[in-house]
Design a protein around this ligand. Sequence first.
Ligand SMILES: [Zn+2]
Length: 130
Amino acid sequence: MTVDAKQAAKEKANKRKKASRARQKDKGLTAVALMLTPAQMGKLDALRAVRGPSSGPYARTEFFEQLLLQEWAHYQAQLDHIKGQCCGMCGDPLPGKEGCRDKGDGNCAQTWARQAFGFGISHYYQNKSV
Ligand SMILES: [Zn+2]
């Protein structure tokens, strides 16, 4: 490849990238970078394969998009579950805001509702009633 051909290919690639960024901007897309260890990458690839449709594994970005949509649906279901309920101690509607006078008290529904929105204790949330 001549110097001119290399330069032309580089300019073409830059033009393509610029057009791609413009399309992403038009769609309001935001790129998110993620650094994974080799072990995490192995888990990601295994999950992409088993969670993917019959046509094949999800692309990595597609997997995270699906994960986000699932998590959002789960969060909305949690909100629906407590909709209209209030903490029996402070009286604030759930899920409440920071600053409940009983914040941190295990009997405060806002405390357990907030904890339930975190990862790993959703079983606690599902068994708790106000
Ligand atoms: Zn409370």
